[in-house]
Design a protein around this ligand. Structure first.
Ligand code: GUN
Length: 295
Protein backbone atom coordinates (compact mmCIF):
# COMPACT_ATOMS: atom_id res chain seq x y z
CA UNK A 1 0.00 0.00 0.00
CA UNK A 2 1.27 3.41 -0.82
CA UNK A 3 0.07 6.54 0.89
CA UNK A 4 -2.31 8.99 -0.68
CA UNK A 5 -0.46 12.11 -1.78
CA UNK A 6 -2.16 15.27 -0.57
CA UNK A 7 -2.03 17.65 -3.52
CA UNK A 8 -1.44 21.12 -2.09
CA UNK A 9 -1.38 22.60 -5.57
CA UNK A 10 -4.94 21.53 -6.35
CA UNK A 11 -6.30 22.37 -2.89
CA UNK A 12 -4.65 25.81 -2.91
CA UNK A 13 -5.92 26.60 -6.40
CA UNK A 14 -9.45 25.68 -5.32
CA UNK A 15 -9.15 27.92 -2.25
CA UNK A 16 -7.81 30.84 -4.33
CA UNK A 17 -10.73 30.44 -6.74
CA UNK A 18 -13.19 30.60 -3.85
CA UNK A 19 -11.44 33.70 -2.46
CA UNK A 20 -11.64 35.32 -5.90
CA UNK A 21 -15.41 34.63 -6.03
CA UNK A 22 -15.93 36.25 -2.63
CA UNK A 23 -13.71 39.21 -3.55
CA UNK A 24 -15.84 39.74 -6.67
CA UNK A 25 -18.97 39.60 -4.51
CA UNK A 26 -17.83 42.15 -1.89
CA UNK A 27 -16.68 44.40 -4.72
CA UNK A 28 -20.04 44.13 -6.45
CA UNK A 29 -22.24 44.34 -3.37
CA UNK A 30 -20.22 46.67 -1.13
CA UNK A 31 -17.75 48.42 -3.39
CA UNK A 32 -14.97 47.00 -1.23
CA UNK A 33 -11.61 46.07 -2.76
CA UNK A 34 -9.50 44.17 -0.21
CA UNK A 35 -5.90 45.39 -0.22
CA UNK A 36 -2.72 43.65 0.95
CA UNK A 37 0.54 45.48 1.63
CA UNK A 38 3.76 43.50 1.78
CA UNK A 39 6.90 45.04 3.23
CA UNK A 40 10.20 43.52 2.14
CA UNK A 41 13.37 44.73 3.81
CA UNK A 42 16.62 43.84 2.05
CA UNK A 43 17.05 41.40 -0.81
CA UNK A 44 17.08 37.86 0.56
CA UNK A 45 16.51 35.79 -2.62
CA UNK A 46 14.03 33.35 -1.02
CA UNK A 47 12.02 36.27 0.42
CA UNK A 48 11.98 37.99 -2.98
CA UNK A 49 10.50 34.85 -4.54
CA UNK A 50 7.77 34.68 -1.85
CA UNK A 51 6.94 38.36 -2.18
CA UNK A 52 6.63 38.15 -5.96
CA UNK A 53 4.33 35.17 -5.62
CA UNK A 54 2.18 37.04 -3.07
CA UNK A 55 1.91 40.00 -5.42
CA UNK A 56 0.85 37.89 -8.42
CA UNK A 57 -1.66 35.79 -6.49
CA UNK A 58 -3.19 38.80 -4.71
CA UNK A 59 -3.86 40.52 -8.02
CA UNK A 60 -5.13 37.28 -9.59
CA UNK A 61 -7.71 37.08 -6.77
CA UNK A 62 -8.95 40.57 -7.67
CA UNK A 63 -7.42 42.29 -4.64
CA UNK A 64 -5.16 45.31 -4.54
CA UNK A 65 -1.48 44.55 -3.91
CA UNK A 66 0.96 47.10 -2.51
CA UNK A 67 4.67 46.41 -2.29
CA UNK A 68 7.11 48.34 -0.14
CA UNK A 69 10.74 47.47 -0.72
CA UNK A 70 13.17 48.95 1.77
CA UNK A 71 16.97 48.71 1.83
CA UNK A 72 18.57 46.24 4.26
CA UNK A 73 20.10 49.15 6.17
CA UNK A 74 16.77 50.93 6.76
CA UNK A 75 16.52 52.32 10.29
CA UNK A 76 14.08 50.90 12.80
CA UNK A 77 12.33 54.30 12.94
CA UNK A 78 11.87 54.46 9.16
CA UNK A 79 10.48 50.93 9.07
CA UNK A 80 8.08 51.73 11.90
CA UNK A 81 7.00 54.84 10.00
CA UNK A 82 6.11 52.71 6.94
CA UNK A 83 4.04 50.40 9.15
CA UNK A 84 2.29 53.38 10.77
CA UNK A 85 1.43 54.78 7.34
CA UNK A 86 -0.03 51.44 6.23
CA UNK A 87 -2.03 51.25 9.47
CA UNK A 88 -3.67 54.57 8.52
CA UNK A 89 -4.19 53.77 4.83
CA UNK A 90 -7.88 52.89 4.22
CA UNK A 91 -7.00 50.98 1.00
CA UNK A 92 -4.84 48.57 3.01
CA UNK A 93 -6.63 45.82 4.96
CA UNK A 94 -3.72 43.45 5.42
CA UNK A 95 -0.09 44.18 6.34
CA UNK A 96 2.64 41.58 6.08
CA UNK A 97 6.24 42.34 6.96
CA UNK A 98 8.31 39.60 5.35
CA UNK A 99 10.44 37.70 7.87
CA UNK A 100 13.19 37.24 8.75
CA UNK A 101 14.21 40.90 8.97
CA UNK A 102 17.88 41.78 8.42
CA UNK A 103 20.11 41.87 11.50
CA UNK A 104 19.89 45.05 13.54
CA UNK A 105 16.12 45.42 13.24
CA UNK A 106 13.86 44.59 16.17
CA UNK A 107 11.31 42.11 14.79
CA UNK A 108 9.16 42.08 17.90
CA UNK A 109 8.78 45.87 17.91
CA UNK A 110 7.83 45.86 14.22
CA UNK A 111 5.17 43.15 14.70
CA UNK A 112 3.80 44.97 17.75
CA UNK A 113 3.43 48.13 15.64
CA UNK A 114 1.06 46.48 13.12
CA UNK A 115 -2.63 47.25 13.66
CA UNK A 116 -3.99 43.90 14.95
CA UNK A 117 -7.03 44.30 12.66
CA UNK A 118 -4.64 44.30 9.65
CA UNK A 119 -2.27 41.64 11.00
CA UNK A 120 -2.86 39.00 8.30
CA UNK A 121 0.17 37.04 9.55
CA UNK A 122 -1.54 36.57 12.91
CA UNK A 123 1.71 37.34 14.71
CA UNK A 124 0.67 40.36 16.80
CA UNK A 125 0.37 39.37 20.48
CA UNK A 126 -3.26 40.49 20.36
CA UNK A 127 -4.06 37.87 17.70
CA UNK A 128 -1.74 35.20 19.11
CA UNK A 129 -3.37 35.69 22.54
CA UNK A 130 -6.88 35.65 21.13
CA UNK A 131 -6.12 32.41 19.26
CA UNK A 132 -4.64 30.86 22.43
CA UNK A 133 -7.73 31.95 24.36
CA UNK A 134 -10.03 30.29 21.84
CA UNK A 135 -11.41 33.62 20.61
CA UNK A 136 -11.94 34.79 17.03
CA UNK A 137 -8.53 35.86 15.66
CA UNK A 138 -6.48 36.36 12.53
CA UNK A 139 -4.32 33.21 12.56
CA UNK A 140 -0.95 32.52 10.90
CA UNK A 141 -1.30 31.34 7.31
CA UNK A 142 0.88 28.23 7.26
CA UNK A 143 -0.92 26.57 10.20
CA UNK A 144 -4.28 27.44 8.61
CA UNK A 145 -3.06 25.73 5.45
CA UNK A 146 -2.01 22.66 7.47
CA UNK A 147 -5.52 22.34 8.90
CA UNK A 148 -7.16 22.64 5.48
CA UNK A 149 -4.85 19.95 4.06
CA UNK A 150 -5.60 17.66 7.00
CA UNK A 151 -9.33 18.16 6.55
CA UNK A 152 -9.03 17.10 2.91
CA UNK A 153 -8.31 13.66 4.38
CA UNK A 154 -10.25 13.79 7.68
CA UNK A 155 -13.23 16.16 7.62
CA UNK A 156 -13.36 15.95 11.46
CA UNK A 157 -10.22 15.91 13.62
CA UNK A 158 -12.20 15.36 16.81
CA UNK A 159 -10.48 13.00 19.23
CA UNK A 160 -7.53 12.32 16.94
CA UNK A 161 -3.99 12.19 18.36
CA UNK A 162 -1.89 14.92 16.77
CA UNK A 163 1.77 15.67 17.27
CA UNK A 164 3.27 19.01 16.34
CA UNK A 165 7.06 18.89 16.07
CA UNK A 166 8.40 22.44 16.38
CA UNK A 167 7.25 25.36 18.53
CA UNK A 168 7.87 28.49 16.46
CA UNK A 169 5.58 31.50 16.72
CA UNK A 170 4.93 31.33 12.97
CA UNK A 171 3.96 27.64 12.76
CA UNK A 172 4.19 25.23 15.72
CA UNK A 173 2.51 27.22 18.49
CA UNK A 174 -0.44 28.54 16.46
CA UNK A 175 -0.92 25.13 14.83
CA UNK A 176 -1.32 23.60 18.30
CA UNK A 177 -4.09 26.09 19.07
CA UNK A 178 -5.89 25.48 15.78
CA UNK A 179 -5.76 21.71 16.39
CA UNK A 180 -7.19 22.21 19.88
CA UNK A 181 -10.01 24.24 18.34
CA UNK A 182 -10.70 21.19 16.13
CA UNK A 183 -10.92 19.02 19.28
CA UNK A 184 -7.76 17.03 18.50
CA UNK A 185 -5.57 15.74 21.35
CA UNK A 186 -2.26 17.53 20.85
CA UNK A 187 1.30 16.66 21.80
CA UNK A 188 3.85 19.46 21.36
CA UNK A 189 7.32 18.12 20.62
CA UNK A 190 10.57 20.00 20.05
CA UNK A 191 14.34 19.68 20.05
CA UNK A 192 14.43 18.77 23.75
CA UNK A 193 11.68 16.17 23.63
CA UNK A 194 12.65 12.69 24.81
CA UNK A 195 11.95 9.67 22.58
CA UNK A 196 10.55 11.58 19.61
CA UNK A 197 10.08 8.40 17.54
CA UNK A 198 8.00 6.93 20.38
CA UNK A 199 5.83 10.06 20.56
CA UNK A 200 5.32 10.16 16.79
CA UNK A 201 4.28 6.47 16.84
CA UNK A 202 1.16 7.39 18.86
CA UNK A 203 -0.03 10.05 16.42
CA UNK A 204 -2.80 9.84 13.85
CA UNK A 205 -1.73 13.26 12.60
CA UNK A 206 1.95 14.25 12.32
CA UNK A 207 3.03 17.86 11.69
CA UNK A 208 6.76 18.32 11.09
CA UNK A 209 7.88 21.94 11.36
CA UNK A 210 11.47 21.92 12.54
CA UNK A 211 13.54 22.81 9.48
CA UNK A 212 15.71 19.68 9.61
CA UNK A 213 15.90 17.75 6.34
CA UNK A 214 14.19 14.33 6.47
CA UNK A 215 14.41 14.15 10.25
CA UNK A 216 11.14 12.23 10.69
CA UNK A 217 11.74 8.67 9.46
CA UNK A 218 9.17 6.33 7.94
CA UNK A 219 9.49 3.74 10.72
CA UNK A 220 8.57 6.37 13.34
CA UNK A 221 5.06 6.60 11.89
CA UNK A 222 1.93 4.82 13.00
CA UNK A 223 0.69 2.87 9.96
CA UNK A 224 -2.01 4.89 8.19
CA UNK A 225 -1.08 8.22 9.83
CA UNK A 226 -1.62 11.50 8.02
CA UNK A 227 1.66 13.38 7.64
CA UNK A 228 1.83 17.12 7.01
CA UNK A 229 5.36 18.22 6.18
CA UNK A 230 5.97 21.94 6.76
CA UNK A 231 9.73 21.76 6.14
CA UNK A 232 11.31 23.43 3.12
CA UNK A 233 15.02 22.56 3.19
CA UNK A 234 17.39 23.19 0.34
CA UNK A 235 20.08 20.51 0.20
CA UNK A 236 23.01 20.12 -2.21
CA UNK A 237 22.86 17.49 -4.96
CA UNK A 238 25.83 15.63 -6.50
CA UNK A 239 25.74 17.83 -9.61
CA UNK A 240 26.28 21.00 -7.58
CA UNK A 241 22.63 22.08 -7.80
CA UNK A 242 20.20 21.94 -4.89
CA UNK A 243 16.90 20.19 -4.28
CA UNK A 244 14.06 20.82 -1.86
CA UNK A 245 13.25 18.29 0.82
CA UNK A 246 10.88 18.40 3.75
CA UNK A 247 11.35 17.51 7.41
CA UNK A 248 9.99 14.02 6.67
CA UNK A 249 11.76 11.22 4.76
CA UNK A 250 9.13 11.26 2.01
CA UNK A 251 9.87 7.98 0.22
CA UNK A 252 9.93 6.11 3.53
CA UNK A 253 6.71 7.78 4.68
CA UNK A 254 4.91 6.79 1.46
CA UNK A 255 5.21 3.14 2.42
CA UNK A 256 3.73 3.52 5.91
CA UNK A 257 1.55 6.62 6.15
CA UNK A 258 -2.06 6.81 5.00
CA UNK A 259 -1.60 10.25 3.45
CA UNK A 260 1.42 12.55 3.00
CA UNK A 261 2.07 16.07 1.73
CA UNK A 262 4.90 16.32 -0.81
CA UNK A 263 7.66 18.97 -0.72
CA UNK A 264 7.35 20.98 -2.88
CA UNK A 265 3.66 20.93 -3.77
CA UNK A 266 2.19 20.51 -0.30
CA UNK A 267 2.00 23.00 2.55
CA UNK A 268 4.02 25.67 0.70
CA UNK A 269 1.21 26.12 -1.80
CA UNK A 270 -1.30 26.78 0.95
CA UNK A 271 0.43 29.65 2.77
CA UNK A 272 -0.23 32.36 0.20
CA UNK A 273 -3.76 31.05 -0.46
CA UNK A 274 -4.48 31.40 3.27
CA UNK A 275 -2.94 34.87 3.25
CA UNK A 276 -5.55 35.83 0.68
CA UNK A 277 -8.27 34.36 2.92
CA UNK A 278 -6.97 36.40 5.88
CA UNK A 279 -6.83 39.59 3.80
CA UNK A 280 -10.41 39.12 2.63
CA UNK A 281 -11.48 38.36 6.19
CA UNK A 282 -9.67 41.44 7.57
CA UNK A 283 -11.21 43.66 4.88
CA UNK A 284 -14.72 42.46 5.70
CA UNK A 285 -14.18 42.86 9.45
CA UNK A 286 -12.78 46.39 9.05
CA UNK A 287 -15.73 47.33 6.80
CA UNK A 288 -18.21 45.90 9.32
CA UNK A 289 -19.38 43.17 6.92
CA UNK A 290 -20.18 39.59 7.92
CA UNK A 291 -17.37 37.04 7.87
CA UNK A 292 -16.85 35.89 4.26
CA UNK A 293 -17.90 32.37 3.37
CA UNK A 294 -14.40 31.05 2.68
CA UNK A 295 -12.16 29.04 4.95
N1 GUN B 1 8.69 34.21 5.98
C1 GUN B 1 8.42 32.91 5.72
N2 GUN B 1 7.12 32.65 5.92
C2 GUN B 1 6.55 33.80 6.32
C3 GUN B 1 5.22 34.16 6.69
O1 GUN B 1 4.28 33.36 6.69
N3 GUN B 1 5.06 35.45 7.06
C4 GUN B 1 6.06 36.34 7.09
N4 GUN B 1 5.80 37.57 7.47
N5 GUN B 1 7.30 36.05 6.76
C5 GUN B 1 7.54 34.77 6.37
Amino acid sequence: MTARIIDGKVIAADLRARVADEVARVKREHNLVPGLAVVLVGSDPASEVYVRSKHTQTQAAGMASFEHKLPADVSQADLLAVVAKLNRDPAVHGILVQLPLPKGLNTEAVINAIDPAKDVDGLHPNNAGRLAGGFEALSPCTPLGCIILTKSVHPSLEGMNAIVIGRSNLVGRPLVQLLLNENATVTIAHSRSRDLPGLVKQADLVYAAVGRPEMVRGDWLKPGATVIDVGINRIPKDDGKTRLVGDVAYQEALGIAGAVTPVPGGVGQMTVACLLVNTLRAACAIAGLPKPAVS
